[in-house]
Design a protein around this ligand. Structure first.
Ligand SMILES: *Cc1c(COP(=O)(O)O)cnc(C)c1O
Length: 391
């Protein structure tokens, strides 16, 4: 067989692909599995999205290649939305770029900036894509521990000076996957100042920015004065609009970073289908606040049911203020063993060590199933003997 490039050695199998494989093995034995694993909303996209895709699919003009930098109507809708929602003004042409989901944008951005010898500052635990593409591009991740004591915010002051000198990018992701933590403006301000001082590109992964469960809205990093000099933010329509399958997001902010990402993309993909971009524009233009409020209410009810139910079983889980993830210490301390035990009982949760070394000992439980399924999960966990929750 042809030998793979040695850079492939840096790439672990994608966390969720590995989990899927184990799940199928359990299902093959006749166990019906309920997944609280991957964060993929179970409810439909807004009606306006479905109607727009249907209408635009019929137009021959949309059967051709899209524009490389994205549909102007979508980029204009993103810019207008950032103005309304965050008070941030964006130039539709220089400061907004359509991406095929933020995963694609985040991965390609690393290729524009990282080479051998470069350091990337990334939270640990975190979304696996930051690490994976830093490694492929030959760079080195310097992990920023997210610990409970610090509210899962990295200690930026603890980064050594020589690391800061070699650092090209700093990733932040609030509201946070997997911990559910939120960041306030003071933290965002500190991150912007650090990046300005050390000439680092600040990359804000805002996949959950609309998903706050206690009423208070999450800020955009671009609200911080001067942020556009050093920051790029990835806004995703996937989670808030139940559009993960559509693959649509936008990179916004620093014009040089947007241009660099665009150059990589022009040479790799040919953009997202116009029909999907028109649908994304319609979603942002048609009172998205009402849709978000409805979704967040659904997740809040599920969170309360799950967390209160688990506490009754003797598992003292915290209640997240944002995202649809519960991040909890695994009973017994071994996250892999605990997740395996639950999988055998037909319940998928993600072992925290899959998100990095500091995720060890935790599991992530996702709220993307109905309240009825949450009841069924609670019943299955109650029936485990001996109970993993007794202590
Ligand atoms: C889901 C997720 C993404 C990817 O979202 P897409 O826009 O669907 O690619 C990016 N970052 C984090 C932290 C996520 O959880």
């Amino acid at each position: 067989m042809v030998r793979l490039a040695s850079r492939m050695d840096t790439l672990p199998p994608y966390l969720f692909a590995a989990l899927d494989e184990r799940r199928r093995a359990v299902e093959a034995r006749g166990v019906e599995v309920i997944s609280l694993g991957i964060g993929d909303p179970d409810l439909p996209a807004p009606p306006v999205v479905i109607e727009t895709v249907q209408r635009e699919a019929a137009r021959a003009a949309n059967h051709r290649y899209p524009r490389y930098d994205g549909l102007p109507a979508f980029r204009a809708a993103v810019a207008a939305y950032y103005g309304r929602r965050f008070g941030v003004s964006l130039d539709r042409d220089r400061e907004v770029l359509t991406v095929i989901g933020s995963k694609e944008g985040l991965a390609h951005l690393l290729w524009a900036y990282v080479e051998a010898g470069d350091v990337v500052l990334a939270p640990d635990p975190s979304y696996p894509v930051y690490d994976a593409h830093t490694g492929l591009a030959g760079g080195e991740v310097y992990p920023l521990p997210l610990t409970e004591e610090r509210g899962f915010l990295p200690d930026l002051k603890a980064i050594p000076e020589d690391v800061l000198r070699r650092a090209k990018l700093l990733f932040i992701n609030y509201p946070n996957n997997p911990t559910g933590a939120v960041a306030d403006r003071a933290f965002l301000q500190e991150a912007v100042e650090l990046c300005r001082r050390h000439d680092i590109l600040l990359v804000s992964d805002a996949a959950y920015i609309e998903m706050t469960l206690e009423g208070e809205r999450a800020p955009s990093v671009l609200e911080i004065p001067g942020a556009k000099d050093v920051a790029i933010e990835f806004y995703s329509l996937s989670k808030p609009f139940n559009m993960t399958g559509f693959r649509l997001g936008a990179a916004v902010g620093n014009a040089q970073a947007i241009a660099a990402l665009g150059r990589i993309k022009n040479n790799s993909d040919s953009g997202q289908w116009n029909a999907v971009q028109y649908a994304g524009a319609a979603a942002l233009e048609q009172d998205p606040e009402a849709f978000f409020a409805g979704m967040n209410q659904v997740y809040r009810a599920r969170r309360d049911k799950l967390c209160l139910g688990l506490r009754e079983l003797g598992w003292d889980v915290p209640m997240p203020k944002a995202t649809f993830y519960v991040w909890a210490k695994a009973p017994g301390g071994d996250d892999q063993a605990f997740a395996s035990r639950l999988l055998e009982a037909g319940v998928v949760v993600v072992p925290g060590s899959g998100y990095g070394k500091y995720g060890k000992g935790y599991v992530r439980v996702c709220l993307t199933v109905s309240e009825e399924d949450i009841e069924r999960v609670l019943t299955r966990l109650r029936d485990l003997t001996p109970s993993p929750f007794a202590n």
